[in-house]
Design a protein around this ligand. Sequence first.
Ligand SMILES: C[S@@+](CC[C@H](N)C(=O)[O-])C[C@H]1O[C@@H](n2cnc3c(N)ncnc32)[C@H](O)[C@@H]1O
Length: 211
Amino acid sequence: MKYRRLIDNAKKPSGFWGRLMIRSMNKGHHELTDWALEHVKISNGLTVLDVGCGGGRTVSKLCQRVGSGKVYGIDYSQLCVQKSEKLNRKSILCQKAVIKQASVSQLPFEDDTFDLVTAIETYYFWPDKQGDLKEILRVLKPGGTLLLVFEMLKTDAEPDKWKRVEDRLNIKAVSREEIENALHSAGYTNVKSYTAGGTSRLCATAEKEAT
Ligand SMILES: C[S@@+](CC[C@H](N)C(=O)[O-])C[C@H]1O[C@@H](n2cnc3c(N)ncnc32)[C@H](O)[C@@H]1O
């Protein structure tokens, strides 16, 4: 019962169980996020967006890496926005971080805004995956990079590994090929993907064509 209430809140955290889920995600995705961030170059001055920012720990990690740059986080859950703002209050006060309540399907940003967009463990929930990838492409600068990160990797060896979570949340684990194809179809270039042996981790990087 407790497991179900908790897991139900992975999709759009709210209320008591949402608070617990946010705490658990901030802790549980920490090492996955550090591993994935090793696959992109994050340098001083970059403008970065974290989509589906949850409890805001990735925003905080990014703030530590962008120097004089700026980090935005969006999430459609009001509770996630509150928790992310709380965790990043110092960076928000000095205008290094901004958190907004928004859907990935309609990002509240101008075209060509971000050098890097990250999305950790959120893609499964997006309502229109091709449209949403294109929406991210719109806000990336030419030459900018998208980093998609997953811990529900589907492999031929263990096709039913995630069945319980898939059924409960009505989502699907992802395969490496499927994500690469989705990124190509949405118009990204230089698509690459990475797994970590002995784990279910997958991350993919893809670029907006430089003009
Ligand atoms: C499993 S949590 C991951 C949170 C965070 N990225 C992390 O790694 O801890 C998924 C997050 O994606 C958000 N989310 C799901 N669908 C979304 C959408 N369509 N637009 C914006 N955020 C969304 C949820 O509210 C939730 O905070």
